[in-house]
Design a protein around this ligand. Sequence first.
Ligand SMILES: Cc1cc2nc3c(=O)[nH]c(=O)nc-3n(C[C@H](O)[C@H](O)[C@H](O)COP(=O)(O)O)c2cc1C
Length: 159
Amino acid sequence: MQNLIIYYSNSNYNKNLALEIQKKLNCDIEEIIDKYSDKEGFKLYFTGGLSTILGKKTEISNLKSRLEEYENIILLSPIWVGSLPPAIKSFLSQNKDKINNLVYISVSGDGHKNTDKALKGIFAQLGKHTEKYLLFTKKEIDNKTYKEQLNKFIADLAN
Ligand SMILES: Cc1cc2nc3c(=O)[nH]c(=O)nc-3n(C[C@H](O)[C@H](O)[C@H](O)COP(=O)(O)O)c2cc1C
């Protein structure tokens, strides 16, 4: 099997992009759930934000997918307080030996300006670099200017 999409999303930007990519690649998909964070409100901003600042991990739901069977794990997540959300840190550190190639895609407030922070965060958990990544702002998603860049990225992945 070639591609598996794994996503973490609270206000659905990364979820919707994950579903769009899933349709294009016709591949498997699974969501990461943070057992200790809510999708919105105080718990998301306070617990999620503070845990991120403190560099904490969290407990995530058990994944059904067998990650090691896929050539590429396409991971989608937001950026929180200049870092990867705790659920993503947990996912990467728990599964680093099962991930063959990591492709990272993100929708966040600052988009590509977060590239260095995201790549540094991935390296810290995975112990290796990620060559393939794409970061969008929420604005680029809202005004649909992301489409051309996404299509080219997906076409390159599929080849
Ligand atoms: C706790 C918290 C902290 C955030 N910190 C940042 C940040 O430092 N930089 C940024 O670009 N966006 C930040 N954001 C905005 C999210 O990255 C953005 O809303 C993202 O698109 C949400 O993705 P989702 O809809 O898939 O959950 C933050 C959001 C939350 C909830």
